[in-house]
Write a protein that binds this ligand. Sequence first.
Ligand SMILES: Nc1ncnc2c1ncn2[C@@H]1O[C@H](COP(=O)(O)OP(=O)(O)OP(=O)(O)O)[C@@H](O)[C@H]1O
Length: 234
Amino acid sequence: MIEFRSVSYAFDDVPVLGELSLTIDDGEFVLLAGANGSGKTTLLRHCNGLLTPDTGQVLVDETSVADDLIAARSSVGMVFQHPRDQFVSATVGADVAFGPENLGLERTEIDRRVEAALEAVNMAGRDDERIDALSGGEQSRVAIAGALAMEPTHLVLDEPFTGLDEPARRSVLARLEALSADGTGVLLATHDLRDVLGLADRVIAMRDGQVAVDGPPEDALGELEGLEVRVPDR
Ligand SMILES: Nc1ncnc2c1ncn2[C@@H]1O[C@H](COP(=O)(O)OP(=O)(O)OP(=O)(O)O)[C@@H](O)[C@H]1O
């Protein structure tokens, strides 16, 4: 479970999150929608302690993120909007292996995870390629593979489909669907609900650092007007 308890956060005295409270249950597939600047990325970055609340608390599996960063980072896999910020190795395979290596897993288990994660993003067999020679979309796929290889309890993704071509998008969506069915919690920020709505248990939409809409997709859809969220054609 990921829990926000009355979390406020400001950048240089400009309030971005205002006493936001939210609980995301294990295994839930949650879409986080809202206009540019509504606070989605800021909220997500609290899930593994990249940002710390000014007031309030974020808990992962009932442990405060601020009190146990390592626990939060082991159970919450993050995929950022700008994957270049996320790479630690020069080649694809080494980068995807980095997280599992830090968990101290056996080599065979690391290799299995790397292979499965690259397969999931349509990058199988490209382990030895240099990341800086990949396209932006391919780099996004490597970043997603890196999070998948951690096999986290909660997966948090910030606009993960930006720059992905259709086959890669379909492949990542299928993988997210399978992970969710197996009990991984997914929290996915997007302002385009068209491809993902069918997978979601719940849609949260933000406005000005607050939760403006929160409910099952069929209820939330009717309440998104004016929040700059792209919805499927009826
Ligand atoms: N590092 C920063 N320094 C100062 N202000 C910031 C910083 N990061 C974000 N902000 C501000 O915080 C507000 C919320 O930004 P945030 O990135 O969380 O929104 P978002 O909903 O994710 O938007 P987008 O859809 O454009 O990614 C914006 O007004 C933004 O300008």
